[in-house]
Ligand binder design. Structure first.
Ligand code: MRU
Length: 364
């Protein structure tokens, strides 16, 4: 990603510290946050300094590397597993977080001398971030074929560079198509309550020079009838073995509307978002966040300072589910770095077997 002409990743490690683009401040302020310990990195994930499945995964991997830098014998295993528990407890839905914690734990669990184990943990964390960035780039190359030369594309929330180490998932094909000379216009939903579409997707698209229009979430039905986008493309936080997809709250509504209006509905995600142990969307843990995010709207005040205003009076109860599940039957295809597959158990099973380089046995 390029911000004001400078190449960045969303999250990276530098001399034992984890550096993050502070996404809470965008689009008004671009600042880098520094986490010196795994406790600080875990807090940054929980508080959404960093957010988006791939970026959370990369941050979680680096947090585990930080835990390994501090761990020492004779309590090495206990230190690492306490660190893992802390990172796992930050946010429950994005599969990439759990994938990253487990992978760094495995890398650091050997009989090698402690210094080697630390090196292995750091190398594993770096590989997770690097692979996330290259998966996004590959999703862009493969997914751009879905985008016509003059395209109107609807997306939801933010599944761009900010949601990954680099490139993104849903926005990667758009970036590739735009760089290849296609004329792409993006409809970006606002994504209440935290506004990832309005604040992050629109900002990213502007940085990339891609024309976009922000719409309230409530305008999607009208848009489908009046403007009929060529396709919808969204990201994913967890994909179940049967192809059901958990993504930002409101995605299911988009999928139902897309089906009604005959608009293809694509999900773009790296294979690290697939949870083969999760049989269907019903088993995906759905995060529920504080109702304050609904009651208060955060942004820039008239005086130029950051601030928040209350938008709901005292009294009503509030629910704030962060994700919903879109059933596989509503999904046209899932685009991964390994190729595009239908959202079915068999296709996902074969994809994962190919990714692991093993021979597939058809799923029951
Ligand atoms: O709560 P967030 O911002 O971490 O939510 C994750 C998301 O940004 C979306 O659900 C996104 O579409 C998929 S993550 C690449």
């Amino acid at each position: 990603m390029r911000v004001n002409g400078v190449h960045y990743r969303t999250v990276w490690m530098e001399g034992g510290a984890v550096k993050l683009i502070d996404q809470r401040l965008l689009p008004f302020t671009f600042a880098i946050s520094t986490c010196r310990t795994h406790e600080e990195t875990a807090a940054a994930i929980r508080d959404m300094v960093v957010r988006g499945a791939g970026a959370i995964g990369a941050a979680a991997g680096f947090a585990m590397a930080q835990a390994a830098l501090r761990a020492a014998e004779p309590s090495w295993s206990a230190d690492l597993s306490r660190g893992a528990d802390m990172v796992r407890a930050t946010r429950p839905t994005a599969q990439n977080l759990f994938y990253a914690v487990d992978r760094v734990l495995r890398a650091a669990s050997t009989d090698a001398p402690v210094e080697d184990r630390r090196r292995r943990a750091i190398a594993a964390a770096q590989a997770i971030a690097d692979e996330d960035a290259s998966a996004g780039q590959r999703i862009g190359e493969l997914g751009q074929a879905l985008i016509p030369p003059k395209a109107s594309v609807l997306t939801h929330c933010n599944a761009g560079w900010l949601a990954f180490a680099d490139w993104g998932s849903a926005l990667a094909p758009i970036y590739r198509a735009h760089r290849d000379g296609k004329q792409v216009h993006v409809w970006a939903t606002e994504t209440r309550p935290r506004g990832q579409g309005a604040k992050l997707t629109a900002w990213e698209l502007i940085q990339e020079g891609v024309p976009c229009t922000v719409i309230p979430d409530t305008a999607v039905g009208h848009l489908m009838r009046q403007q009929r986008p060529d396709l919808v493309i969204v990201g994913a936080d967890r994909i179940a073995a049967n192809g059901d997809v958990a993504n930002k709250i409101g995605t299911y509504t988009l999928a139902v509307l897309a089906k009604t209006h005959g608009v293809p509905f694509y999900v773009a995600a790296p294979t690290t978002t697939i949870d083969r142990s999760c049989p269907s969307g019903a088993a995906i843990p759905i995060e529920e966040r504080s109702g304050d995010e609904v009651v208060w709207a955060a942004g820039r005040l008239d005086n130029g300072n950051a601030g928040r205003v209350r938008v709901i009076a005292e009294g009503p109860a509030v629910r704030n589910w962060a994700f919903d599940v879109t059933p596989a039957a509503l999904i046209t295809a899932i685009v991964t770095e390994q190729g595009q597959v239908p959202a079915t158990s068999n296709a996902i099973h074969h994809l994962l077997c190919e990714t692991a380089g093993t021979t597939a046995t058809p799923a029951a």
